[in-house]
Design a protein around this ligand. Structure first.
Ligand SMILES: NC(=O)c1ccc[n+]([C@@H]2O[C@H](COP(=O)([O-])OP(=O)(O)OC[C@H]3O[C@@H](n4cnc5c(N)ncnc54)[C@H](O)[C@@H]3O)[C@@H](O)[C@H]2O)c1
Length: 403
């Protein structure tokens, strides 16, 4: 394919708004259509870009002018929309989580296998350049085997404006399917992918927002390495404070604790909250930042990996290596779009155009969802949960296992 990959966008909410700068900056990708049930932003988006607009994801996926669709709809719709597109031979980039159950994830994997169309699950913070660089250092073997991985995130997740189902665990609400997949994806990428067991405690600390907002989880990998995952979305402590007050996307921010809680309280009531949520959708094409001086690498809180020969930390401007020589930063330039989601587009392009199997395919997405579900089961039943659907990072090793 010498022409750009023609991508249809499904869902013009917050996820697409984050992806848009990378999509618009990438000469390998051309936005070729849009689908959203809400015409407000959709029709404006279609007019701004001169592309067709649809109500239904299936109609966009069936457009012969579309090679792949980006599914950025609520979690519960991902599997059905992905399978419908794959059956039409249309490739899929789907937001995390791939689906709400392992069974639905595996059905997406089967539809991909049957049609030959590719699935890439992302963006997650496993795509952040510092995480990728840590992965490369681990793969080089120069620091020896991985022992402990720590992923800690404290922020305001639960107090950003939400739709009712986002606060209802039974419908995929809370952190378990929205935020924990970031942590699971990145520790699986760094730990080799094969999680053996999960022990977790989850927490609902605000009866007004009655869904999981915190967890403390211990994962053990097949090779004995371990990961500690801690998350709090209660807008008290904020791990940005330990990251030089740089936000998750990588921009300098004002120190503030509890601001999201106060803003939500000031908005007053569920209807106002829905309005604030809708306001995060499409309101015009994004402009690149005029001043890049306050831009750094994206991050997901504290990420610290201990290997036999040293520790590795995802820092604001690169990977910090702590070894026998002391501490030093391997810099990673911040010269891409902002926020920078282009690594997931690299994967999509390589998968669809160059035929290179992506790490984050549907089997990988299923394995991540399996861990997220195990977090819930372990917490509820107060026991260790063993896993069955894990896949290794290395696609060659994965192919050998399934051969
Ligand atoms: N990777 C990230 O960093 C990131 C960030 C935010 C959200 N997400 C993920 O993206 C997904 C969407 O989250 P969001 O916050 O953007 O949600 P949102 O509610 O802001 O937007 C969802 C959009 O989908 C549209 N929609 C709903 N039903 C539809 C249907 N049947 N067909 C077509 N369009 C439909 C809605 O009108 C809305 O515009 C979630 O699964 C979430 O986990 C990922």
């Amino acid at each position: 394919m010498s022409r750009p990959l023609r991508l249809g966008i499904v869902g013009l909410g917050g996820a697409t708004m984050s992806m848009l700068p990378s999509l618009l900056a990438d000469p390998r990708v051309r936005i070729a259509g849009v689908a959203d049930v809400d015409p407000t932003g959709r029709d404006r988006f279609a007019a701004d870009l001169g592309v067709p607009a649809h109500d239904r994801a299936e109609d966009l996926a069936a457009d012969p002018g579309v090679d792949a669709v980006y599914l950025a709809t609520p979690h519960a719709l991902h599997a059905g929309q992905a399978i419908a597109a794959l059956r039409l031979g249309t490739h899929v980039l789907v937001e995390k989580p791939l689906a709400l159950t392992v069974e639905d994830c595996l059905a997406v994997h089967e539809a991909s296998r049957a049609s030959g169309a590719q699935v890439v699950v992302g963006h997650t913070h496993a795509y952040d350049r510092p995480v990728r660089a840590i992965r490369e250092i681990i793969a080089s073997g120069r620091l020896g085997r991985v022992a402990m991985i720590n992923s800690w995130y404290y922020g305001s997740f639960l107090y950003r404006p939400r739709r009712p189902e986002e606060l209802d665990t039974a419908r995929g609400g809370g952190i378990l399917f929205n935020q924990v997949p970031h942590q699971v994806d990145l520790v699986r990428l760094l730990g080799g992918g094969l999680v053996r067991s999960v022990r977790s405690a989850t927490f609902v600390l605000d009866p007004q927002r009655p869904t999981e907002g915190g967890h403390s989880t211990f994962l053990q990998f097949d090779d004995g390495a371990a990961a500690s995952l801690v998350y709090s979305g209660y807008d008290r402590f904020d791990t940005d404070e330990w990251h030089g007050w740089i936000d998750e996307n990588g921009r300098d921010r004002t120190p503030e604790h509890g601001a999201a809680r106060r803003a939500l309280r000031a908005a007053g009531g569920p209807d106002a909250e829905l309005g604030l949520k809708a306001a995060r959708g499409y309101r015009g094409l994004p402009q690149p930042p005029a001043d890049r001086s306050g831009l750094h690498q994206p991050h997901f809180g504290v990420l610290l990996v201990s290997c036999e020969g040293g520790d590795l930390r995802a820092g604001p401007d690169g990977v910090v290596v702590y070894d026998d020589r002391g501490a030093r930063t391997i810099p990673i330039p911040c010269d891409g779009p902002f926020p920078d989601k282009s690594p997931v587009l690299d994967d999509l392009y390589r998968a669809v155009v160059l035929g290179e199997p992506p790490v984050h395919d549907a089997a990988w997405g299923a394995a991540t969802v399996e861990v997220c579900r195990a977090v819930a089961t372990s917490a509820r039943e107060r026991r260790e949960v063993l896993l069955e659907h894990q896949v290794p990072v290395d696609p060659a090793q994965r192919a050998a296992l399934t051969a």
